[in-house]
Design a protein around this ligand. Structure first.
Ligand code: 4NP
Length: 170
């Protein structure tokens, strides 16, 4: 099953929202995915998401209260197909931490959204509550794009397998 890990700084605002949005979108589309999130920092390890993140997810019908923050580890680079950074600092830190053996593929979250490649999801932590609505818009756009891409890749893999069977049979 395809697996994705979202990584931001604290793992209490942006990456748990990305995790919640992708879990909800995958469930809506009936797609099996392994989804997790982590922070490059460890200050909030063990804590639930920020209450403003919990609130914006709840307003949009998604419950993220059960999530708990943790720090990203080197083992994550072997466990996940994709490690998806929320901003450029997170991506830089991941490149520094990663074993560089080409296991997990690194990307920015908005690289997955057509027309938004190279853009960062702004950190809403120090800002106003409205910042979390902007975060939610970004993570849901990415969740839709990720699910679309996974479904398309799954279909083309199946087609290849089908072609392989036909080749063997005939
Ligand atoms: P996040 O937001 O990286 O989206 O979870 C932050 C949460 C906490 C801190 C910074 C960013 N902090 O400095 O504690």
């Amino acid at each position: 099953m395809p697996s994705l890990l979202f990584v931001c700084l604290g793992n209490i605002c942006r990456s748990p929202l990305a995790e919640g949005a992708l879990r909800a979108e995958a469930a809506r589309r009936g797609l099996g995915l392994v989804v997790d999130s982590a922070g490059t920092g460890n200050w909030h390890a063990g804590e639930p998401p920020d209450e403003r993140a919990v609130a914006v997810a709840a307003r949009n019908g998604v419950d993220i209260t059960a999530l708990r923050a943790r720090q990203v580890t080197r083992a994550d680079f072997a466990r996940f197909d994709h490690i998806v950074a929320l901003d450029h600092d997170n991506l830089k830190d991941l490149r520094r931490l990663g074993p560089g053996d080409g296991s997990a593929r690194l990307s920015l979250l908005l690289d997955w959204v057509p027309g938004r490649q190279g853009q960062a999801v702004a950190d809403p932590w120090f800002g106003e509550a409205e910042g979390f609505d902007a975060t939610w818009a970004d993570v849901t756009a990415a969740a839709r794009a990720i699910v679309e891409r996974q479904i398309a890749e799954g279909l083309s893999r199946e087609k290849l397998r089908g072609a392989g069977r036909a080749y063997v049979r005939f």
